[in-house]
Design a binder for this molecule. Structure first.
Ligand SMILES: NC(=O)c1ccc[n+]([C@@H]2O[C@H](COP(=O)([O-])OP(=O)(O)OC[C@H]3O[C@@H](n4cnc5c(N)ncnc54)[C@H](OP(=O)(O)O)[C@@H]3O)[C@@H](O)[C@H]2O)c1
Length: 246
């Protein structure tokens, strides 16, 4: 087991890549804190982990409300005593042309995709520093490296998260390694919400691997970044996208 005894917070783990990562981390021996807004799906993930004989608990928070975010770390520490891994994976998609963006939508997207990861990092970093070891992974996006038309708030939040990843790596080392995963088109509820496979056909067609990814193909990379197998990697923006834009 690669994460035996570790405590991992996986935000946005009621669905998609976060769910796949929570299941994989638990199978590798981690005690997992599952988070999201949907309690029914959070409970299902925790029940599935427990049915496999592993440990997990859940916290329901809407990360638009930044004050509620602290509850995630409080529950992790109260339940499991520490935090070893923080996977900032929850994300809010925004497909609104910038001339039509309301300030509310802009701030909601920034809160979930950028500010909550910063706040969670501020809360866990002292714990990890004191232990002398910690792992933080941020889910950026290929939209964190290139602009996508009509997605200004999302693109901006993910570009900023890519930059924040590098700042985190500088300021939190040497004890804490920080990296970002930049997924391409991955078949999750987020892609379904904008039209499913048809909506990502241009990304699939423009990549050498000619297929959309599955959540498990992100989870396995998150596992790699969480273990000593990636011990000399920090501050990196790792694209997991089938080769888009190479
Ligand atoms: N799918 C893709 O092609 C793709 C590509 C690049 C990057 N990404 C990024 O990958 C990450 C995971 O997305 P996914 O594709 O796995 O989508 P998903 O299946 O829709 O999962 C999104 C997760 O984020 C949580 N979440 C969303 N808004 C939240 C909020 N306001 N407060 C708390 N939790 C919230 C959701 O929880 P609830 O549903 O319980 O609220 C859910 O667990 C996101 O950061 C996304 O931006 C996705």
């Amino acid at each position: 087991m690669k994460l035996k005894g570790k405590v991992a917070i996986v935000t946005g783990s009621t669905s998609g890549m976060g769910r796949a990562t929570a299941l994989l981390f638990a199978r590798e021996g981690a005690k997992v804190v599952v988070t999201g807004r949907n309690e029914e799906r959070a409970k299902e993930v925790v029940d599935e982990i427990k049915a496999e004989g592993h440990e997990a608990t859940y916290v329901i928070v809407d990360m638009v409300d930044l004050d509620s975010v602290k509850k995630i770390v409080d529950v992790a520490v109260d339940t499991y005593g520490t935090v070893d891994i923080l996977f900032n994976n929850a994300g809010l998609l925004s497909v609104t042309p910038l001339t039509q963006l309301t300030m509310k939508e802009w701030h909601d997207v920034m809160n979930v995709n950028l500010t909550a990861p910063l706040y969670l990092t501020q809360l866990v970093a002292p714990i990890m520093k004191e232990k002398g070891h910690g792992i933080i992974i941020n889910t950026s996006s290929v939209a964190g490296a290139h602009a996508h038309h009509g997605m200004a708030a999302y693109v901006t939040s993910k570009h900023a998260l890519s930059g924040l990843t590098k700042s985190m790596a500088w300021e939190l080392g040497p004890e804490i390694r920080v990296n970002a995963i930049l997924p391409g088109a991955i078949m999750t509820a987020m892609v379904d919400s904008v039209g499913g496979e048809a909506a990502v056909k241009h990304l699939v067609d423009g990549a050498p691997l000619k297929k959309a990814g599955q959540p498990e193909e992100i989870a396995s990379v998150a596992l790699f970044l969480s273990t000593e197998e990636s011990s000399f990697i920090t501050g990196q923006l790792l694209r997991v996208d089938g080769g888009i834009d190479i």
